[in-house]
Write a protein that binds this ligand. Structure first.
Ligand code: PLP
Length: 472
């Protein structure tokens, strides 16, 4: 296998380098229909092994048509964008080492590097060093862990021991977030047994930010009705509009009410790398837990979410359980499985470490700055465009906008925007997405790819205008 590996690896690396160089020549969105790729695969696993070169050829020829190119500079649809070349190399190295950092002893470097890069990242974001950090796969997992810690912060609840069902002694627990919070918060309360109906969605102000007055009233009403409030989730950079909840005002309430405050800054937190955007994390020094996803806006390949809590103990309270076979004589070391629900953990710190070193703080800040400037530029074109309007303030690198010429009813404009989006995405130069604001369909252009330049957003704008004119 080894000589074959070497030849195949060299060929694959050359292919990857060429792919990265020429990715802008692919249509961004996959053009296959549902089932096409599955039909192109063999119906059964091969009885005997096949040569690597044949498998890799099939990957290129049969799978590539079904790939939506997240690496494309015209990929403007979702947050979660570039896998930089240092990040790709780190993934290769992690695969080769194949360590599982479930406990310190199964690879000290994995545990210790994770602690180091989480400290580095906290420092770079300007949030101080009074945190315990860990890397998970996604913000969904990070928020789940944070809310598990919140649920188990009060020992009298003892959810881990007694569960929540059939408890005459325990009123329903309540969690609060804005109506614009990500669905991962909903899924966390569902998974933790708190119940979806006990996630209270707080209305937002005109800039789509959680309203502290409405939050305070909701908590007071819940207490009066006999519920047990336990946590608040504030969002810094909502998915739909990148709005930034007023963390300081929310922290005032959390402190007064003695509630856990979690901040979901999965997308926007990275902006704080640039000093002029550090304000996005204002108030975060006062919260109990924070998530920022390096796999969204820091060029780290997907599968890297940074979670900080004030004390490891809060996670340990929720999750510690050490079976005999995981006990070691290593002494006073951190075993990461003890602060989460997963045992096995890939060496994710490696990619964050390599990317932070390869770009440096200034390199990362420069890219964030550039993306925010491009978003402003695009928004200016929209505002000057005939029949187009910006639908929300441009806080960072996301632009929400809509085609709504005079004389078109709101419902007709909704249909027009849905059609424009489909036409542009089908065209292949750019991929955008949509959301609803104030019940109206709105288009989203999210800039986060490290290869996106003005020419790419200009092409997207030209395609949008052509689609609005009915050209395909
Ligand atoms: N929170 C916010 C604000 C997001 O925008 C997203 C995804 O875009 C998530 C959470 C979920 O991220 P993940 O896919 O890492 O779970």
């Amino acid at each position: 296998m080894e000589p074959e590996f070497s030849a195949a690896a060299h060929e694959l690396v050359d292919w990857i380098a060429n792919y990265i160089r020429t990715v802008d020549q692919y249509p961004v969105r996959a053009r296959t229909a549902p089932g096409d790729i599955a039909r192109a695969m063999a119906a059964h696993a091969p009885a005997n092994g096949e040569p690597l070169e044949v498998i890799l050829r099939d990957a290129r020829e049969k799978l590539l048509p079904g790939i939506t190119h997240w690496q494309h500079p015209g990929f403007l649809g979702y947050f979660g964008i570039t896998a930089s070349t240092p990040g790709i190399l780190a993934e290769m190295l992690a695969a080769a080492l194949n360590v599982n950092g479930m406990i310190w002893a199964t690879s000290p470097a994995a545990t210790e590097l994770e602690q180091v890069v989480m400290r580095w990242l906290a420092e770079v974001l300007g949030i101080g060093d009074a945190w315990f950090g860990q890397i998970t796969d996604t913000a969904s997992t990070s928020t789940l862990l944070a809310l598990a810690a919140a649920r188990d912060a009060d020992p009298s609840i003892d959810a881990r021991g007694r569960g929540l069902a059939g408890r005459a002694d325990l009123p329903a627990l309540r969690v609060y977030c804005s109506e614009f919070a990500h669905s991962s918060v909903d899924k966390a309360v569902m998974t933790l047994g708190i119940g979806h109906q006990n996630l209270v969605k707080i209305p937002v102000d005109q800039r789509f930010r959680l309203r502290p007055d409405a939050l305070a009233s909701a908590i007071a009403a819940d207490r009066a009705a006999g519920y047990r409030p336990i946590a608040i989730v504030a969002t810094v950079g909502t998915t739909s509009v990148a709005s930034i909840d007023p963390v300081n005002a929310i922290a005032d309430i959390a402190e007064r009410e003695k509630l856990w405050l979690h901040v979901d800054a999965s997308y926007a937190g990275a902006a704080a790398i640039a000093p002029e955007f550090r304000w996005v994390l204002d108030g975060v020094m006062r919260v109990d837990s924070l998530v920022v996803n390096p796999h969204k806006w820091m060029a780290v390949p997907v599968g890297c979410s940074a979670l900080w809590v004030r004390h490891a103990e809060s996670l340990r309270r929720a999750f510690t359980l050490v079976p005999e076979y995981l006990r070691t004589s290593a002494g006073d070391v951190l075993d990461y499985h003890d602060v989460g629900f997963q045992l096995g953990r890939p060496f994710r710190a490696l990619k964050l470490w390599m990317v932070m070193r390869a770009y440096g703080v200034n390199g990362l800040a420069g890219i964030i700055r550039k993306h925010c400037a491009l978003a402003k530029q695009f928004a200016a074109w929209v505002r000057a465009g005939d029949g187009w309007e910006a639908s929300a303030p441009v806080e960072l690198s996301l632009v929400c906008f809509r085609y709504a010429p005079k004389g078109m009813s709101p419902a007709e404009a909704d249909a027009a925007n849905t059609r424009i989006l489909e036409t542009v995405n089908k065209g292949g130069h750019a991929l955008l997405s949509h959301t609803k604001l104030n019940d109206r369909v709105v288009l989203r252009l999210a800039i986060g790819n490290f290869r996106t330049e003005e020419q790419h957003i200009h092409t997207a704008w030209a395609d949008l205008q052509a689609a609005a004119r009915g050209e395909t």
